[in-house]
Design a protein around this ligand. Structure first.
Ligand SMILES: [Zn+2]
Length: 311
């Protein structure tokens, strides 16, 4: 028996296929005399769209499937999203399970139009974490400048392959982007040297790549998928750990509810009489308060320096 969600998806997919067939005919007829050399890039979510635009500049037209500052793990594409993806020259996704719906609901139903599909974490060494007795992949690669750079390089290669006429332009812009990543990586490495603390407490455990590269550990109220409900025993365990680690800072991302962080804060304050600080760590899922991807990287570093008590 299909549930309502599955039936809606089947109906939506059927509608999308019909639109795709119609659209393909229309576009192939139009392309001949058009002469437009803009590469259409459709990315699954913000950082990938941001990297694509940084590298592609004026020769690309970039769209993001997930609206900015929206939770990505449990997002569901609509029929119109599938149509948008079908029109792309280059499709960019994170992989590693972050945007698992792309491989499951979008890729299999696309028309036969020629396109490049970029899994930005392909062949990368991905971290795993133990969860309820089995190892699961941590997909939050875009949050760490070191791993994000490797993802952006795949987008650069796809652009050169698709549009070789502008290779010099893309290469020039890629070099500047790479420099920005490397500077950021260096700032993190230097900023987080010899910190007094080595553990952070977060709501959603999305900072594994930062923790791995710059030498700290993370514990979270909710796990990797961000749509779990924490139990009272989880909260209690974290409170005990925070006391053990002598840590009174909790990190949250503003796009999520801070309900769990507040519960944690109140419980910890009641139990210890200490003041607990809540600081922001951005998941970088869209521009926030005029801050783009790199501005948010910088703010994250600043707050980590504070919470980990760097000298
Ligand atoms: Zn996440």
């Amino acid at each position: 028996m299909m549930n309502t969600h599955q039936m809606m998806l089947v109906a939506g997919t059927a509608a999308a296929i019909i639109i795709i067939i119609g659209g393909a005919i229309y576009y192939s007829g139009k392309d001949d005399g058009d002469g437009s050399d803009t590469v259409k890039v459709v990315a699954t979510f913000y950082p990938l769209a941001y990297f694509s635009k940084e590298i592609g500049g004026e020769y690309v037209d970039v769209a993001s499937l997930v609206p900015y500052n929206t939770e990505i793990h449990s997002w569901q594409p609509s029929a119109m999203d599938i149509v948008a993806a079908d029109k792309a020259d280059i499709l960019v996704y994170n992989g590693g399970g972050a945007d698992h719906w792309f491989e499951r609901d979008i890729l299999p139903v696309l028309g036969s139009r020629e396109r490049i599909v970029v899994n930005t974490t392909e062949d990368m060494e991905l971290l795993t974490v133990e969860y309820e007795g089995h190892e699961i992949v941590d997909p939050h690669t875009w949050i760490c400048p070191f791993t994000a750079e490797q993802q952006a390089e795949k987008i650069y290669r796809a652009l050169v392959k698709k549009d070789g006429a502008h290779e010099a332009y893309y290469t020039h812009r890629w070099e500047s982007l790479r420099e920005a990543f490397e500077k950021m990586d260096q700032s993190y490495a230097e900023g987080l040297q010899n910190t007094r603390k080595d553990t952070i407490f977060v709501t959603h455990t999305a900072f594994g790549y930062l923790a791995h590269r710059y030498g700290f550990a993370q514990y979270g109220v909710i796990g990797l998928s961000a749509d779990e409900q924490p139990s009272t025993s989880t909260i209690k365990k974290l409170v005990d750990m925070m006391i053990e680690y002598d840590t009174y800072v909790i990190y949250v991302d503003p796009i999520y509810s801070d309900e769990y962080a507040q519960t944690l804060k109140n419980t910890l304050e009641e139990k210890t009489g200490r003041d607990v600080t809540i600081l922001v760590l951005y998941l970088m899922l869209g521009p926030v308060d005029g801050m783009d991807y790199f501005d948010q990287q910088e703010k994250n570093l600043e707050n980590l320096i504070q919470g980990l008590e760097a000298p």
